[in-house]
Design a protein around this ligand. Structure first.
Ligand SMILES: [Mn+2]
Length: 315
């Protein structure tokens, strides 16, 4: 479908008055920060909107919607933010809204072009794309909007540590910090604060790590049983996939998470020149060079075998 630029996106947003803003499933700081930055900007323009997500949202994100009226409205148009594929809306939302998305605002190279698309692939976060749109909307960047944008930027760059962290990323971060983003609170909530249950889950997950190919590949497994035993909630586990890459010598880090329906979600993190998106594409997945994902419907052992067969070719 049609690609549009920031100015075209701005005129589309001005054209209608009532929007449903959708995030991706397993919502992270970028999709939520983007959604609420956009909602807050639309509020300032006097437009009505509501943010909805197929999945539960972790309460640590609650500052994003502080003082926001997110009650039910009748909407004219649907906007998806940071959602590369309509499948990523989540099963229920894909069925309900997937074919009717009016506008997609995103930054993923794996974007499937399922709607009119403002796709800026060189931006580190969808929140940066949203920030550029909001500036062109002529809306004041309030401290709350600044905090939403900062959240997307900080989380998608791993607190400014991933390879997508560029001088531009730091410039934009500096801009929103100057506009009042509460970065001390955000950094603590996003990167430091964990529940004891989560730390117990992490302990079990770390015990599951297997090393392959002379230590160049590590596979960590997070099972439903681990969730049950630790009492951790899945919405807290976004960062867990970063663990196996911390191991010295690991180039391809794999985290296999068992879903509720018994299928397996794989998160891959790689170190250059290894390309996670390319490896995951073998299994119908996608993402970025350093972080990508795919899914498997077979058993855990078959999932590992299939992954190792493809990863082996990389070394
Ligand atoms: Mn993103």
């Amino acid at each position: 479908m049609k690609r549009i630029d920031v100015m075209e996106c701005v005129s589309l947003l001005k054209e209608f008055d009532n929007y449903l803003i959708l995030t991706h499933r397993n919502p992270d700081g970028d999709t939520l920060g983007s959604a609420y930055a956009l909602k807050r900007a639309l509020d300032l323009l006097g437009k009505k909107s509501m943010v909805r997500c197929n999945d539960d949202i972790h309460p640590k994100f609650s500052y994003l919607w502080e003082n926001v009226d997110n009650s039910e409205i009748t909407f004219d148009k649907i906007i998806a933010v940071d959602v590369a594929d309509k499948k990523l809306l989540g099963e229920e939302f894909e069925a309900k809204y997937g074919d009717n998305v009016f506008l997609c605002i995103d930054h993923h190279t794996s974007n499937r072009e399922y709607a009119q698309n403002l796709l800026l692939e060189d931006r580190a976060a969808a929140a940066v794309v949203i920030y550029e749109v909001i500036r062109q909307l002529g809306v004041e960047i309030t401290p709350e909007i600044a905090s939403c944008v900062y959240t997307g930027l900080a989380t998608d760059t791993g607190c400014f540590m991933y390879s997508n962290t560029t001088p531009t990323v730091h410039r934009i971060a500096a801009e929103v910090m100057a506009k009042g983003a509460d970065y001390t609170l955000i950094n603590r909530l996003m990167f430091e604060t964990k529940t004891l249950q989560y730390l117990r889950l992490e302990q079990m997950a770390v015990s599951s790590i297997e090393s392959h190919f002379d230590g160049k590949c590590a596979i960590m497994t997070v099972t439903r049983k681990m969730f049950e035993e630790s009492g951790a909630s899945s919405s807290e586990c976004d960062g867990i996939a970063a663990i196996p890459r911390k191991i010295e010598g690991v180039k391809i880090a794999v985290t296999i998470r068992e879903r509720h329906n018994g299928s397996f979600k794989v998160s891959m993190r790689t170190i250059e020149p290894y390309d996670a998106a390319k490896i995951c594409a073998n299994f119908g997945g996608g993402g970025h060079n350093a972080a990508a994902g795919c899914e498997f419907d077979c058993s855990l052992n078959e999932t590992k075998e299939k992954l190792l067969e493809v990863i082996k070719e990389e070394f």
